[in-house]
Write a protein that binds this ligand. Structure first.
Ligand code: AKG
Ligand code: FE2
Length: 207
């Protein structure tokens, strides 16, 4: 928690940053769940031959760049998307000012070590255009939120700290965004996480 509270901020129309949205108890609960999911974390190989620096595990639908599947490459089934995470997602979109009838069925759980980044990209493999919800835990990271046209400016850089919520939907649903750097050692030692976790929720629009 911050000594001086950071204000809620619109990053672009339809994109909102709510600092310290998860309290310490909720952060711990989410971290404990991530630890249960973490044995499935992998560095994803991209079709262009690159390998992502984050380690990722998916719930509900597996993101096999750049499409969603129910089965992983090794033939195992994707982990289930828990109801409580959907409830948390509904609370999050409501807090951000979006309609509460949100039914996310995908979570991407990303782990960033000190050197991991995520290049600017659009979340555009979903068939639905419901908002994306993002929760951050652990080390602070610099989140770049751009525009829907291309990877260039205008963009806004914002620090995401443990407990922060970002929701982007509406006109910003297909905006380019990414993580330019993690600030190692910035996590509250009491949380007990070295590195950063980010959990994004999406609605697939698929059965
Ligand atoms: O780590 C973040 O804050 C962003 C993650 C992200 O953009 C994604 O998983 O698509
Ligand atoms: Fe994304």
């Amino acid at each position: 928690m911050e000594l001086i509270p950071r204000p809620r901020r619109e990053l672009a129309p339809g994109a909102v940053h709510l600092p310290d949205w998860l309290d310490c108890t909720e952060q711990r609960r989410l971290l404990a769940a991530c630890r249960e999911w973490s044995p499935g974390m992998r560095h994803q190989r991209l079709p262009n031959g690159g390998v992502m620096s984050v380690r990722m595990v998916c719930l509900g639908w597996h993101w096999a760049p750049y499409r969603y599947t129910k089965v992983l490459d090794d033939g195992s089934a994707v982990l289930p998307f828990p109801n409580w995470l959907g409830d948390l997602g509904r609370r999050a979109v409501t807090a951000a000012g979006f309609a509460p009838d949100y039914r996310p069925d995908i979570a991407l759980v990303n782990f960033y070590d000190a050197d991991a980044k995520m290049g600017l990209h659009q979340d555009k493999d979903e068939r639905a255009l419901d908002p994306v919800v993002s929760f951050s835990l652990g080390d602070t990271a610099v989140f770049r939120f751009g525009n829907t046209e291309n990877r260039g400016r205008p963009w806004t850089d914002v620090e995401l700290r443990s407990g922060d919520l970002v929701v982007f939907g509406g006109e910003s649903r297909l905006a380019y965004h990414g993580i330019t750097k993690v600030l190692p050692g910035t996590a509250d030692p009491d949380l007990g996480l070295t590195g950063r976790l980010n959990i994004t929720l999406r609605a697939s629009g698929m059965d």
